[in-house]
Structure formats: C-alpha cells, structure tokens
Write a protein that binds this ligand. Structure first.
Ligand SMILES: Nc1nc2c(c(=O)[nH]1)N[C@@H](CN(C=O)c1ccc(C(=O)N[C@@H](CCC(=O)O)C(=O)O)cc1)CN2
Length: 293
C-alpha cells in the first residue's frame, strides 16, 4: 500500500485564503501588516526564498520591506539594518534570512530583533515563552517550520495526541523547538529528539508513530526502519544532480521508498516548504491583529 500524501501546497493555499480575509478585516481598521526581510549576501537559495516571501505577501495583501546587504557587510552594517527594521512603523514583523554569512554571530543578531516584531519566532524571548506556556494559549509568534509541520498533519485529520514522535535533527529552526510545540497539552504528543550523534537511530525510528526528518542528511530515515502506517515528515533540503535530467533536484532526509510502508508522507518538495511560508504570513498577520486590539 502506498502512503497518503500530506499536500503542503494545498494546505498552504487554504491558509492563504483564510489570511486574505483577516488582512481585509485589519484594513477596515486602517492597519496594513508589513513583513520586513534582512538578506545578507548573494546565496542563490536564500535570494529565492526571500523573493518567495515577498511574492506570498503580495498575494495576501501584506506590504513588503527589504533590507539587502552584500556578503561582506560588517557586523555594524547588519546591526544598523536591524535597528532600521525595529524602528520602521510600516514593518510590523520581520525575519533575518538564515544562514548568515560565515563569521557572523547569528545568535547575537537574532537577539537584537525586537521580540514583538519577530516574524520567525526565533528570538529567545519567544522561544522562552514556548518553554513556559505548556497549558496556556501562546500569544507570541511560533517558529514557522514547526508550526507548519503540525498544521500540515492536523489539517489532514491526523491526531498527534498520544503519538510517539521521533525528531531527527537538532537545528535551531526545527529540531530544537518542535518538541516544545508537540508536547504542549493542546497537542499532547510524546517526543524523542535524535540527531546525527544518536546511537541506534534505527531502534528509535522503528518505535515511532511519526518521524520528522530534519537533519539535512539525505536518506537518513531509511525505508526498512519505518513502522507500517506511520506518518513521515521530510524537512531535509539537500541538493543533488538528477542523473536522468542532469538538473539539480531536492533530496530529502526520508528515503522515498518509505512511501510504500508509511500511512502518510509529506512530499519534498511540496510538503513542509509551502507550510513554512504560510506560517510566516500567519505570524505577521497574528502580530498585527494583537497590536491592533
Ligand atoms: N529566517 C529563516 N531562514 C531560513 C528558514 C526560515 O524559516 N527562516 N528556513 C529555510 C529556508 N526557507 C525559508 O526561509 C524555505 C525553504 C524552503 C521553502 C520551500 O517552499 N521549498 C520548496 C522547494 C524549493 C526548491 O525546489 O528548492 C518546497 O518544499 O516545496 C520555503 C522556505 C532556511 N532559512
């Protein structure tokens, strides 16, 4: 049996339609949400992601502010751009596109973002709120990829309550924070956080009801380890040349053959990526709503 598809493009399109209505309601109050982006350097992937964020904004009626700096920008230049975004009243939320060039202290830069304008939910204040608010509503921005993954699963009618979720990867944008969301009482999953240094990754994955592959290691989640009927979420975005077409293609962390064993699988591309983009818009709109009450 082949797994059912967790279609991120369709779920993201539905979220964007909902957001258009909320943006229109804000416009009635004279509020226009504005997303700022800070891009440092010329990495083609990062340029493509930032351009996509601004296209998404235009689609739902969010205005856009761009700060683009060259790859050799000094720390002082980057801090000055952060201060402009913090001070700009038209920018109601913003992101610093990651990764920053080598040699830049990423954590220092993220801590300078005004937490009330942190559209990625990566400021320590907002991550700290996830640690503290186990049982309460969270009225601060959530990290976009983790929120997108949970949205993708739940919007397909799959409950996470009581499920054993094995996360593979300990990075800032997914691995370290997704457990904080999954173990909230409202979701009620049980989480094991594994990584490339885990002994017996196979043993952990064999026990998982849900596997989230976010290590950036192609095929680290092997088809023969996957429990029949489980839910597989592929966050990995590595690149390889397709031997048939000679073109570059995305290679995920989940072995594509696992689709024959799993109950549900997120395609890659077309799964988590579009949901990350949709939840960035959700954060911008929700922040503007909170500030207009
Ligand atoms: N400040 C941030 N930096 C980075 C984040 C982030 O959430 N905040 N995540 C990634 C990059 N990213 C957004 O910035 C991102 C990655 C992928 C996609 C996406 O839609 N991917 C497509 C496939 C694209 C392809 O073919 O290469 C898909 O999955 O369908 C959106 C956003 C690192 N940096």
């Amino acid at each position: 049996m082949t797994a059912q598809i967790l279609d991120g493009k369709a779920a993201a399109a539905a979220i964007k339609e909902e957001l258009k209505t909320r943006v229109a309601a804000l416009a009635d109050k004279g509020v226009v949400p504005g997303l700022g982006t800070l891009l440092v350097g010329e990495d083609p992937g990062s340029q493509w992601y930032v351009a996509g964020k601004h296209r998404d904004c235009a689609e739902v009626g969010i205005s856009s502010i761009r700060e683009d700096l060259p790859g050799d920008a000094s720390e002082a230049d980057i801090i000055a751009a952060i201060e402009r975004l913090n001070d700009n009243p038209e920018c109601t939320g913003y992101i610093v596109q990651l990764p920053l060039p080598k040699g830049v202290d990423t954590n220092k830069i993220l801590e300078l973002i005004d937490p009330a304008k942190d559209a990625d939910g990566l400021h320590p204040t907002n991550l700290g709120r996830l640690v503290l608010r186990v049982n309460e509503e969270i009225d601060s921005p959530l990290p976009c990829t983790p929120a997108g993954i949970i949205g993708l699963i739940e919007r397909n009618g799959v409950s996470l309550a009581g499920k054993h979720v094995v996360v593979v990867g300990r990075g800032t944008t997914v691995g370290r924070s997704i457990g904080l969301l999954l173990t909230r009482r409202a979701v009620n999953a049980t989480v094991t956080l594994t990584h490339t240094g885990t002994v017996d990754l196979e043993g952990h994955i064999r026990q998982a009801d849900v596997v989230i592959g976010a290590a950036g290691v192609p095929g680290i989640v092997k088809a023969e380890w996957v429990k029949p009927g489980s839910v597989l979420i592929d966050v990995g975005v590595s690149r390889a040349t397709d031997p048939e077409t000679g073109k570059s293609k995305v290679v995920g962390d989940v072995d594509p053959a696992a689709a024959e064993v799993a109950g549900w699988i997120s395609p890659n591309p077309g799964g988590v990526g579009p949901m990350t983009r949709a939840f960035l818009l959700e954060n911008v709109v929700a922040t503007a709503e909170r500030n207009s009450r």
